[in-house]
Design a protein around this ligand. Structure first.
Ligand code: UDP
Ligand code: MG
Length: 320
């Protein structure tokens, strides 16, 4: 039997995605308790172990066995951060939910501020970074540019510099859970839903320990997912490039006719310019095909209707 028992209808459920975080679990566990216990609200904490290969799964299970406010879901393999958060949202019971990283880059103390805003009537309270500490110039620079480019491209207003760290009302969680799409860029979906949303700002500290689990390749994939989930602009750019190329060819045709009629008649000049034009058009066509391919690939993912994640085992959930 667990030595501490939790409530069946907690006020707040905390979702913590975890991938190989053995170095931070202990510190994260005690920081969360330090913040949540004095607050006096019933809470549950759901660890979603995203196929960790280190000691994390065992550490999480032993926390859950001694304290029934903690629950753990173990994926059968690594499905990615967004899938892990989605799984947490599927099972939580709270009147509101907080999504927080395990590495203490999202300070748990901010949860109290978020709860206060929620009580004021906001359905979404997201944490906005006013500065980032301990992250390299490349990460800070690309993140800065990405959020601004996405702001321009996206059809919904996605707040700048806000990650997944947020509090959401039960209503928002239910709506997110009812959205069937596979490509889950949660910050985008959250913004798309609307309702009353507000920010709390904070300075994002460095990771408590360990290294980032988001490689540059994964960051890039997430950025591409975000753009394609929130915008049809890439397709529109393809159309505009098409117009541009045909407009240019029309002007060139007129110029050649004029040259033939009124000029010296010598037009068999540029071999180099021909090659450049042919390569340019070939490039534009391939890029446009790539853009269409990105959308087709995503449509394929949606049509297959595979589950977003597979749960291998879980600890701390009642049998019902
Ligand atoms: N994470 C996860 N699955 C993954 C990658 C990351 O569940 O495939 C978790 C990770 O354990 C952490 C959170 O997602 O709790 C954010 O990851 P990380 O801190 O590595 O990303 P960063 O803050 O560097 O962007
Ligand atoms: Mg982090």
């Amino acid at each position: 039997m667990p030595s501490v028992t939790g409530s069946d209808s907690p006020t707040v459920s905390i979702v913590v995605p975890i991938y190989n975080e053995e170095l931070v679990i202990e510190a994260m566990h005690s920081r969360l308790l330090q913040v949540l216990v004095p607050a006096g609200e019933p809470f549950e904490i759901i660890f979603v172990d995203d196929g960790s290969r280190d000691a994390s799964p065992g550490m999480l299970d032993s926390i859950c066995r001694s304290d029934s406010r903690f629950k753990a879901i173990h994926f059968s393999r690594n499905f990615g951060h967004q899938a892990a958060v989605t799984a947490g949202l599927h099972v939580l019971k709270g009147a509101c939910a907080v999504v927080i990283d395990a590495d203490l880059q999202d300070p748990p103390e901010l949860i109290l501020e978020m709860l206060a805003k929620w009580r004021e009537g906001f359905e979404v309270v997201y944490a906005q970074r006013s500065a980032r500490v301990g992250e390299g110039i490349v990460k800070r620079g690309t993140a800065f540019l990405f959020y601004r480019a996405l702001g321009k491209l996206s059809e919904v207003n996605v707040p700048l510099d806000a990650g997944d760290f947020c509090l959401m009302d039960r209503k928002i969680v239910d709506l997110l859970n009812s959205m069937p799409e596979r490509n889950r860029y949660l910050r985008g979906l959250r913004a798309w839903l609307g309702f009353r949303q507000t920010a709390v700002t904070y300075e994002r500290p460095a990771r408590f320990a360990g290294v980032t689990k988001y490689s540059s390749r994964r960051m890039f994939a997430l950025a591409i997912d975000a753009v394609f989930a929130l915008s049809k602009t890439p397709l529109r750019i393809a159309t505009w490039l098409g117009f541009l190329a045909s407009g240019a060819s029309f002007v060139l045709a007129l110029a050649f006719i004029a040259e033939r009629l009124f000029g010296s008649g010598y037009i068999a000049r540029g071999w180099a310019s021909t090659i450049v034009v042919v390569l340019f058009l070939g490039g534009v066509q391939l890029i446009c095909l790539g853009v269409i391919g990105e959308f087709v690939g995503r449509i394929y993912d949606e049509v297959k209707q595979r589950p977003l994640y597979v749960v291998g085992s879980s600890t701390g959930f009642s049998r019902t």
